[in-house]
Design a protein around this ligand. Structure first.
Ligand code: ZN
Length: 247
């Protein structure tokens, strides 16, 4: 009986030691894993923000005379703030009311030179994501709602476009049933860009109601924030997945 008790006590003790050892080694493993991950910070892409039009090219014009170029610049500026606050490096193709054509470009070639230079800015950042901001217009007053176009050169472009299209619908425009569209040769920047690239038509200036919203500072902030959260979430998911593969 005494031998049995001794054996039982010994077995329980052995079991406790084994469990403690197992727990300690598991703990150590997690600590090591944590340390390994902590030392590898996912690298975020450079965000290239492109405010469409500028200077003598006003872009689309609202029913009340609001020029597209000003709204593009306002929303791009807000996006730049959000991305910078989140720790991204941000590059803007323009921060002023001007086109980017080369000096001395003859009339009739300025737009082409401007687009070439915008693309050249984006292409300086092979790790970048290009986001071009525009406003839409269509004959009549019925058309409304944001729509995102994406470049076909990289698969991420469609992912980013979908995230923006879906989140803006969920957060701001419940009746917006527009679908993302692949860019054709008509959209120079998206057609030529080799980095992930999207173009966001934020809404229709031809609709007096939507034009009024788009010109409103607090609506611009809501829209810019919805675009920022959609993109940063997708971009960071991708960056984390790539880091997981590396460690
Ligand atoms: Zn435009």
């Amino acid at each position: 009986m005494k031998a049995y008790r001794y054996l039982l006590r010994f077995s329980l003790l052995s079991l406790a030691v084994i469990l403690a050892f197992s727990a300690a080694s598991r703990l150590l493993f997690f600590f090591r894993l944590e340390a390994k991950h902590a030392s590898v910070i996912p690298s975020l892409p450079t965000i290239i923000l492109d405010a469409g039009h500028g200077g003598e090219d006003g872009g689309a014009c609202g029913a009340d005379g609001t020029p597209e170029k000003d709204l593009n610049l306002a929303i791009t500026g807000m996006l730049a703030d959000y991305f910078r606050m989140a720790g991204y490096t941000v590059v803007e193709t323009r921060t002023e009311d001007r086109l980017l054509y080369d000096e001395g470009t003859p009339k009739g070639h300025k737009k082409q030179s401007d687009l070439r230079n915008r693309l050249a800015v984006a292409e300086q950042y092979p790790d970048g994501v290009l986001i071009s901001i525009h406003m839409n217009s269509y004959p009549g007053v019925e058309c409304q709602g944001l729509q995102v176009w994406y470049s076909k050169s990289r698969p991420e472009s469609a992912l980013y476009a979908t995230a923006v299209q879906q989140n803006v619908k969920a957060l701001l425009q419940p009746n917006n049933n527009r679908k993302i569209k692949a860019a054709t040769s008509g959209i120079y920047l998206l057609n030529r860009a080799t980095i992930p690239a999207i173009l966001i038509e934020c809404g229709f200036l031809s609709s007096p109601a939507e034009c009024e919203r788009l010109a409103n500072d607090s609506y611009q902030r809501q829209l810019a924030f919805a675009i920022f959260t959609s993109l940063s979430q997708k971009i960071e998911e991708k960056a984390c997945a790539e880091t997981e593969v590396m460690v």
